[in-house]
Design a protein around this ligand. Structure first.
Ligand SMILES: Nc1ncnc2c1ncn2[C@@H]1O[C@H](COP(=O)(O)OP(=O)(O)OP(=O)(O)O)[C@@H](O)[C@H]1O
Length: 419
């Protein structure tokens, strides 16, 4: 189907559910026999998902791609696989070094003789694989290389921006004009890196933008910039993961209670304002949840880097086995709990996660979806999977959380052990 957009050029809309052709293996999608075999031997993966059946041929065709599908459907994995198979200079921009390391781990398993070049902060990652076709890194580190005159433009055949909404962080529809001006005056590193590439190259590279939460304004902004032209738009529409329970506990100094869901229909739109501190009552609630819940492995999301050490030391004081998420990704260290922020946990895929704890209100709905999206990936059995938010009792907390869940079309379940 082809749809004419009022604000941008025409682009193809392909919906995974409309698929009719036979595309039940990776070779039939355009990947080489060697890559298809490697997927089976190294990952035990032989059948593409519905979304991947659209995505891989689109990448192989060399067209620009806009990709949206729910979290955990194999977007990053399929993009990396296709780029490895194409073997031409490709740049893969990610929001955090954790995701860069995860993807480069996949690449190493796919092509042990040609590991990706990493462009991320941290001396320990500075291994020279500059002859490798694939470069993976964070926009902030790439931009500092550009500024220091150390950036090597390779005449990229393809440029990927994963978690594109996070990379460009356009102001929301209801953002104050000051915020809009500020955003214009201070472009994000991903924007600066793409400008650098587009200016340096005579022919535009293929551009692939992906995110579970890529909205229409972002798509139009990308087309206005002319970074995306005549793109294949893949809206995966995978069914939301069934079985994940969402709870929200409201904590004050003298009680922990379930959120009230029957409240006046007050809709709070736009970014949810959040209080960034974690107080003693919230920490106690977290500690209790960590001990009473049957957690196989859990991710604890904290509001910011400042809360990190506070949460880590409290968990250690209580003998709870917790480490920063980065340590697990970078060094393969295993623990029962991993601590992350919304930013450092974006896109991370860990197979055994049974619980997500979000301490403090999510800043935005998108943040919530990405944090909760560490669970129920690719239809894993999720009958005990839980996302539990621990929010401080404050004036509009009920209205904010309820309107957020309403907009996500997700229901909040009552948590059994409290009133
Ligand atoms: N066709 C497939 N069959 C089985 N497993 C797959 C397939 N494709 C990818 N996977 C696995 O699915 C997991 C999730 O993949 P990935 O992290 O790429 O998802 P994502 O859609 O990018 O997630 P997010 O939106 O959270 O960034 C990975 O562990 C990967 O090995």
């Amino acid at each position: 189907a082809t749809r004419k957009s009022a604000q941008g050029p025409a682009f193809s809309v392909i919906r995974a559910r409309l698929l009719t052709t036979d595309s039940s293996n990776f070779e039939s999608l355009g990947l080489s026999k060697a890559t298809a075999q490697r997927l089976t031997t190294a990952f035990n993966i032989s059948e593409p998902t519905a979304m991947q059946r659209q995505l891989i041929p689109a990448i192989v065709s060399g067209k620009d791609v806009l990709l949206k599908d729910i979290t955990g459907t194999g977007k990053s994995f399929a993009i990396a696989t296709a780029l490895v198979d194409i073997r031409e200079p490709a740049l893969y921009v990610v929001p955090n070094r954790e995701l860069a390391l995860q993807i480069s781990g996949w690449v190493e398993k796919l092509t042990p003789d040609s590991p990706a070049q990493l462009v991320i902060a941290g001396e320990e990652h500075h291994t020279d694989h500059s002859n490798s076709p694939l470069t993976i890194g964070t926009a902030s580190t790439m931009w500092s290389l550009v500024q220091n005159g150390q950036w090597e433009n390779k005449r990229w055949k393809a440029v990927v921006v994963d978690e594109a909404d996070q990379a460009f962080r356009l102001p929301g529809r209801y953002a104050h004009w000051k915020k809009r001006w500020n955003r214009k005056a201070h472009p994000k590193p991903a924007e600066l890196v793409l400008e650098t590439i587009m200016t340096a190259q005579a022919s535009k590279p293929q551009v692939i933008m992906s995110s579970a939460t890529m909205n229409r304004p972002l798509r139009h902004w990308l087309m206005e910039k002319q970074w995306i032209k005549d793109a294949v738009y893949i809206n995966g529409l995978s069914p939301a993961s069934a079985g994940v329970q969402h709870h929200c506990l409201i904590v004050s100094s003298d009680q922990v209670r379930n959120i009230q869901t029957q409240i006046d229909d007050e809709v709070v739109v736009g970014d949810v304002a959040t209080d960034q501190d974690i107080d003693e009552s919230m920490m106690e609630c977290l500690e209790t949840l960590c001990s009473i819940e049957p957690v196989k492995q859990g991710i604890i999301f904290v509001p910011n880097d400042g809360s990190f050490s506070q949460v880590m030391s409290k968990l250690h004081e209580c003998d709870i086995d917790a480490i920063p998420l980065y340590e697990s990704i970078a060094h393969g260290t295993q623990a029962q709990f991993y601590v992350a922020t919304a930013m450092t946990g974006r896109g991370i895929d860990l197979p055994n996660i049974s619980h997500v704890f979000i301490v403090g209100l999510s800043k935005t709905i998108d943040d919530y979806m990405h944090m909760a999206g560490r669970l129920g990936r690719l239809g894993q059995a999720t009958d005990t999977a839980k996302v539990i938010t621990i929010a401080r009792d404050s004036k509009y907390v009920e209205a904010k959380v309820n309107s957020m869940f309403k907009l996500m079309n997700t229901s909040i379940s009552m948590y059994a052990h409290v009133q």
